[in-house]
Design a protein around this ligand. Structure first.
Ligand code: PRE
Ligand code: MN
Length: 355
């Protein structure tokens, strides 16, 4: 009896081996099909083809498995093949670490972002005046931070909210940055503004709301300025990577990815900081990754713990908003920090980084 069982099991082992060989062969062909489809820009998922194969299999099925069981098994195989094709596609992206194993290091006025050291981006939410930006810039510079942010074009939820000073705002930022020997990071929302804006800024920020503004991404890819690309608030990591791919595909590979929280049902924070996105992005791409602790949390009391978490998990720097008098700020007044709070925040963060 046990001999019989042993023998039957041996037969199954041999069939398992053959099945494995066959599904592996099948998978390799599906991979080739995936490459052909990529070149021809055809959708990888083909439900009509799947339906035809299933009908053919069921018509040949003589049991003992039910048609529905055969259908279930083969659907799993098709699904796995499709995932393989998508995996290959992802690895073929120019932003992918498979394509370029070494880290991209971006020189921003002497700051080597992505070199393994920390490079933070700090500054007010909106540029309001020369004095306002200068006050913040001095405090930021005193802490050894050279990347100054400030919004000149503000994509606001309400059309009645402050929309930013536009080019005048960029001029203020440039004046301050030149006087303080700092680099300017500022958001551009309109593709037509990119060419003018590059005269004033050192890093073009593409905001969360514009992460899938493909014309803007393409335009940013055509200039030689580094781009700080923020993750869309409802974007998956794969969509985020594809947005970066739009930029790099046009020739500009100097991209910093910035996690800034995603929309979930949780209301305790403004957005839910997807902290695990940081190591995923670092593993899958060769690009530097930053974390915006201001917009993700929307809470001053969470800036330090989330910034520490960002550093602990491998971010290249954090972004936060600082205003001389947040109570009267024209945007994001609830979550910007004042200068003394900023100083304490950065002292504690730098002490944590040195631990
Ligand atoms: C394959 C994979 C995914 C498609 O949805 C349909 C079929 C399969 O594994 O059979 C292969 C394939 O991409 C194709 O035949 O077009
Ligand atoms: Mn803001």
């Amino acid at each position: 009896m046990s001999n019989d069982l042993e023998q039957l099991r041996q037969q199954l082992d041999s069939i398992n081996g053959q099945l494995l060989e066959l599904i592996s062969q099948r998978a390799e062909i599906a991979q080739e099909i995936g490459e052909v489809k990529n070149k021809q820009s055809i959708n990888r998922f083909d439900p009509v083809r799947e339906r035809k194969m299933l009908d053919e299999l069921k018509s040949k099925n003589e049991g003992p498995f039910e048609d529905s069981t055969i259908e279930h098994i083969f659907k799993e195989i098709f699904k796995a093949s499709l995932e393989l094709q998508e995996d290959d596609h992802r690895k073929a992206l120019l932003v992918s670490r498979k394509k370029k194993p070494e880290n991209t290091v971006i020189n921003i006025r002497g700051e080597q972002v992505g070199d393994g050291n920390l490079h933070h981006v700090m500054g007010p939410c909106s540029v309001e005046s020369y004095d306002q930006v200068m006050d913040v810039a001095k405090a930021v510079k005193r802490k050894g931070i050279n990347l100054l942010r400030g919004g000149a074009f503000k994509p606001r939820t309400s059309p009645y909210d402050f929309q930013g000073l536009g080019i005048e705002g960029l001029q203020i930022l440039k004046k301050v940055a030149d006087e303080m020997d700092m680099a300017v990071v500022s958001e551009i929302v309109n593709p037509a503004d990119i060419e003018k804006a590059v005269d004033y800024l050192d890093v073009i920020q593409i905001g969360a709301r514009n992460m899938q503004n493909f014309e803007l991404l393409k335009k940013a890819g055509e200039v030689s300025k580094p781009v700080l690309l923020k993750r869309g608030m409802s974007a998956t990591i794969s969509e985020f990577l594809n947005a970066a791919e739009y930029i790099i595909s046009k020739g500009n590979g100097n991209i910093i990815l910035c996690e800034r929280g995603i929309r979930t049902y949780e209301k305790a924070t403004r957005n839910t900081l997807d902290i695990s996105a940081v190591p995923i992005l670092k593993q899958e791409t060769h690009l530097p990754v930053m974390v915006d602790v201001t917009h993700s949390t929307g809470r001053r009391d969470l800036l330090l713990p989330t910034a520490k978490a960002a550093l602990a998990i491998g971010a290249d720097g954090v972004m936060a908003e600082v205003h001389p008098d947040p109570a009267v700020a024209l945007s994001d007044s609830a979550q910007q920090i004042d200068i003394p709070t900023f100083e304490q925040f950065i002292d504690e963060l730098q002490a944590y980084a040195k631990r």
